[in-house]
Design a protein around this ligand. Structure first.
Ligand code: SF4
Length: 511
C-alpha cells in the first residue's frame, strides 16, 4: 500500500508540473503501524495517517500546491476527539525518546548522503582520528550500554575482552537473527537506517582490532538485506569501508551471511556455527566467543539495536548516554508493541518508564475498551506481568525481579478474554519447535511439558499432574544447555504463579 501511495504522489506531482518544488522520499518505518501508511510533509512537519493511494491527489493539490492541510488525514485523538498535525504532539510519540530509531522515518535509507547530512559517519571519523582504541572501549564502558538482544551483558566489557586476546585476527558480528514472535525492532533499524549499524561495526572493529565484520541476518528479511547491500556499496564507494579508512592504518569491511530462520541461531555460539556452515547448535561456554569465536578467532557478537546506539555515544559522549535511564540500565529500549493493544507499533522509550505508561499513554490502552490482563515481555523466553506490576519501571533488573525479562523487546498485551494456560501453550509450542535437539532436557523436556499442558486443557489432568509439570519446568530450566531451553519454561512458570486459578479450573479432581 505504501508503495502505491508513493507512486501516486510522484505521478501527480509530475502531472501538475511540481516535481521540482517537491520531492517524494521513501523512508524507513515511523513505528506507528496502527496508523500506516504515513506521509509526513517537510519542512512543515505535518503528519498524515492512514493514507491510501487515492489520498495522494488531495495531498498534492491541497497541501503542496495550495498550502492547506488535508484535515481528514490528520491523526485524531480518540478520547479528546481533536486532530493533531505534528508528529511530536501525538500521544504515541510524546513519551518516546529515539536514539536507536533516530533516523527511521526521517531519512532515505538508500541514500548515504542523507545519513551523512545528519552527522552520520562523524563518530567513526572521531573514533579513528581522535581516539585510541582503548579510549573508544573506555567510552562504551563508561556509557554502561548493555546488550539489547536479551542478555544485557555490558558491551564495553565484551569489546575489552576481545581486544585483550593475543590472536591478531578478530571479528565483529552483528546479530540480526531476530526470531521472537511479534518482534521486529532489528528489521526496522536495518530497513530504516542501515548505515548506523555499518558505522557502529566499523567503530567496534577499530576498537577491538578486527578488520572483518559479518552481519548475520535472517533470509526472511529481503528489504533489510537489499538496503544493507546498497548501504555497504555506498560506504565502500566513499572510502568509509575498505582500506585505510580516514587515511588511517585501519582497514575494515563487512560480509553478509544469511540465517534460515532458526530461533536458536540468535544464541551467539549457534550463530557462529551457522556462519561457519555448520548446524546452528549452541556450544558449551566457556570459551566465550569474545575469546574463541568464528573459526576459533576472538569474535564480538553484538545485536542490531545495541550497535545502533554506538555512533551517538561516541559522538555525544558517555555522560550524555548515562543521563538517560536508570542506575543500572542506561539509554533507551525499543519494544514491538503487539497483541490486544490499540496502538500496535514500534516504540523507543527511556529505561525507567513504567509498563503502565507504555501500555496506556503510548499504546493507547486495550482494544475495544476491554480490561487489561497481562503483558508478556521477553518473547517466548520471558514471563507474564500482571496489573499489580504495571508500575514497575522498565529496566533489566526490575523486570527480572518480577519474573520476566527485557529480552530483545517483544511486548505482547493480553486482555480479559485471553486464557493464560493457552498463552503458555502458545509460547511453549514455539520453543519446543525451535529446540535444536542437542540436549535432552530441552529436546525431550519441552515435548513432555507441552503434552502435560494439553492434558490440562483437555480437562484430563489431576493435581498430581500440575505438581509434576511444575517440577519438570524447573528441571528443564536448570539443566538445559543454552538460553533457549533455560528460558523455555518461563511462560509456564510465570502463568502458574500469577494465574493459578486458571490452571485449577481445568483440573478434574477438584470440586
Ligand atoms: Fe538446543 Fe535446546 Fe539444548 Fe539449547 S537448550 S542446545 S536449543 S536442545
Amino acid at each position: 500500500e505504501s508503495e502505491k501511495v508513493q507512486r501516486n504522489l510522484e505521478l501527480i506531482l509530475k502531472a501538475r508540473g511540481y516535481e521540482k518544488e517537491a520531492k517524494v522520499i521513501k523512508t524507513g518505518c515511523f513505528g506507528f503501524c496502527e496508523q500506516g501508511p504515513i506521509v509526513k510533509i517537510e519542512p512543515e512537519n505535518v503528519f498524515y495517517v492512514r493514507v491510501n493511494p487515492k489520498d495522494a491527489k488531495d495531498i498534492i493539490d491541497e497541501h503542496i500546491i495550495k498550502g492547506r492541510k488535508v484535515e481528514r488525514l490528520l491523526y485524531k485523538e480518540p478520547f479528546e476527539k481533536k486532530k493533531i498535525d505534528i508528529q511530536e504532539n501525538i500521544p504515541f510519540y510524546k513519551k518516546q525518546l529515539r536514539i536507536a530509531l533516530r533516523n527511521c522515518g526521517l531519512i532515505n535509507p538508500e541514500d548515504i548522503y542523507e545519513y551523512i547530512a545528519l552527522g552520520g559517519y562523524e563518530a567513526l571519523g572521531k573514533a579513528i582520528t581522535k581516539m585510541s582504541r582503548d579510549k573508544v572501549i573506555e567510552t562504551i564502558k563508561k556509557s554502561k550500554l548493555r546488550g539489547r538482544g536479551g542478555g544485557g551483558f555490558p558491551t564495553g566489557i565484551k569489546w575489552e575482552i576481545a581486544k585483550k586476546q593475543k590472536n591478531p585476527v578478530k571479528f565483529i558480528v552483528c546479530n540480526a537473527d531476530e526470531g521472537d514472535p511479534g518482534a521486529f525492532m532489528d528489521r526496522s533499524i536495518l530497513e530504516g537506517d542501515p548505515h548506523s549499524v555499518i558505522e557502529a561495526m566499523a567503530i567496534g572493529g577499530y576498537a577491538i582490532g578486527a578488520e572483518k565484520g559479518i552481519i548475520y541476518i535472517r533470509a526472511e528479511y529481503p528489504l533489510a538485506i537489499k538496503r544493507l547491500k546498497t548501504a555497504l556499496t555506498q560506504a565502500r564507494e566513499l572510502g568509509l569501508l575498505g582500506k585505510n579508512i580516514f587515511d588511517s592504518d585501519f582497514s575494515f569491511d563487512i560480509d553478509i551471511k544469511y540465517g534460515a530462520g532458526a530461533f536458536v541461531c540468535g544464541e551467539e555460539t549457534a550463530l557462529i556455527n551457522s556462519c561457519e556452515g555448520k548446524r546452528g547448535e549452541p556450544n558449551y561456554k566457556p570459551p566465550y566467543p569474545a575469546e574463541e569465536g568464528y573459526w576459533g578467532y576472538p569474535t564480538c557478537v553484538n545485536n542490531v539495536e545495541t550497535l545502533s546506539n554506538i555512533p551517538p555515544i561516541i559522538a555525544k559522549g558517555a555522560d550524555w548516554f548515562c543521563s538517560i535511564g536508570t542506575e543500572n540500565s542506561k539509554g533507551t529500549k525499543v519494544f514491538a508493541l503487539a497483541g490486544k493493544i490499540n496502538n500496535v507499533g514500534l516504540v523507543e522509550v527511556p529505561m525507567g518508564i513504567t509498563l503502565r505508561e507504555i501500555i496506556y499513554d503510548i499504546g493507547g490502552g486495550i482494544q475495544g475498551g476491554k480490561k487489561f490482563k497481562a503483558v508478556q515481555t521477553g518473547g517466548p523466553s520471558g514471563g507474564v506481568i500482571t496489573e499489580n506490576e504495571l508500575d514497575t519501571p522498565i529496566d533489566y533488573d526490575s523486570l527480572a525481579s518480577i519474573g520476566s525479562m527485557m529480552g530483545s523487546g517483544g511486548m505482547i498485551v493480553m486482555d480479559e478474554t485471553d486464557n493464560m494456560v493457552d498463552i503458555a501453550k502458545f509460547y511453549l509450542e514455539f520453543t519446543m519447535d525451535e529446540s535444536c535437539g542437542r540436549c535432552t532436557p530441552c529436546r525431550i523436556g519441552t515435548k513432555r511439558l507441552y503434552e502435560m499442558l494439553n492434558k490440562i486443557t483437555d480437562g484430563k489432568a489431576t493435581m498430581a499432574d500440575l505438581d509434576a509439570m511444575k517440577q519438570l519446568a524447573y528441571m528443564i530450566k536448570d539443566s538445559s544447555l543454552c538460553g533457549l531451553g533455560q528460558t523455555a519454561p518461563n511462560p509456564v512458570i510465570s502463568t502458574m504463579k500469577y494465574f493459578w486459578d486458571e490452571y485449577l479450573a481445568f483440573i478434574k479432581d477438584i470440586d
